[in-house]
Design a protein around this ligand. Structure first.
Ligand SMILES: [Zn+2]
Ligand SMILES: [Zn+2]
Length: 228
């Protein structure tokens, strides 16, 4: 039973996390996008970048496009320690997964120990807790570690992000024949998720799903959204 509650964004009374109006106004992914990296393409065909170098993941799922107000909600989780929004974000992602077979394990993208100390928590892990509970899939927050405190990715061009991340993760857990889901709050260039997907593959995973709450779309790409 859903108890009446208040919309996270406009405070109207509603039966979920968000009222219908706010939910309908969330920024969607482009209607035609690359099935691999989710960036806009014509006719939803695979993009040139993915054709040239296919990512290490099997599939990517993002609940939304990284734009207002989802960017503000994620920001409040990360930088204002508003942990109450973690289940809301998890629910938005869950809603995108109806037809997907659940993975065997979920790995939240680890923070470097220095960053973890600064922030006090890992936002991906907080979101992962709820997904794990709702889906009945084990969460493995310590299976992989971040070995390099990479420069803040936001200050680098998308191209430089890739080289900045080389050997950023290490993992000793074996995932032989497993379907592993890697979870992060935001997928920006995809370089972080791809780097971790590579490591998980090396550890034997046969299928890797990458999950993000929101996918950043570079402003230079044209966006065609669809009403859902
Ligand atoms: Zn609302
Ligand atoms: Zn692509």
């Amino acid at each position: 039973m859903l108890l009446p509650t208040n919309c996270l964004l406009c405070l109207a009374s509603c039966e979920g996390d968000l009222c219908c109006a706010c939910h309908d106004n969330l920024p969607r992914l482009p209607s035609d996008h690359c099935p691999s990296c989710l960036l806009p393409t014509s006719d939803s065909r695979i993009c040139g970048a993915c054709l040239a170098s296919y990512p290490s993941w099997t599939r990517a799922i993002a609940a939304l496009r990284y734009a207002f107000p989802i960017d503000a909600i994620i920001h409040s989780l990360k930088y204002q320690e508003n942990l109450t929004v973690a289940p809301v974000l998890a629910n938005l992602l869950m809603a995108k997964m109806n037809h997907c077979a659940p993975p065997d394990v979920i790995i939240p993208v680890p923070l470097h120990p220095v960053r973890l100390q600064e922030r006090g928590f890992n936002q991906a892990l907080e979101i992962g807790r709820h997904l794990s509970k709702k889906m009945g899939v084990p969460l493995l927050p310590h299976a992989c570690v971040r070995t390099r405190d990479t420069l803040s990715q936001t200050e680098l061009s998308w191209k430089k992000r890739r080289s900045n991340l080389r050997n950023a993760f290490a993992c000793t857990t074996r995932f032989t024949q497993k379907h592993v889901a890697i979870l992060d709050d935001v997928m920006t260039s995809g370089a972080t998720l791809n780097e971790l997907a590579k490591v998980v593959r090396k550890q034997g995973a046969i299928e890797v799903s990458v999950w993000a709450i929101a996918r950043a779309i570079p402003s230079s790409t044209s966006i065609k959204t669809v009403e859902l």
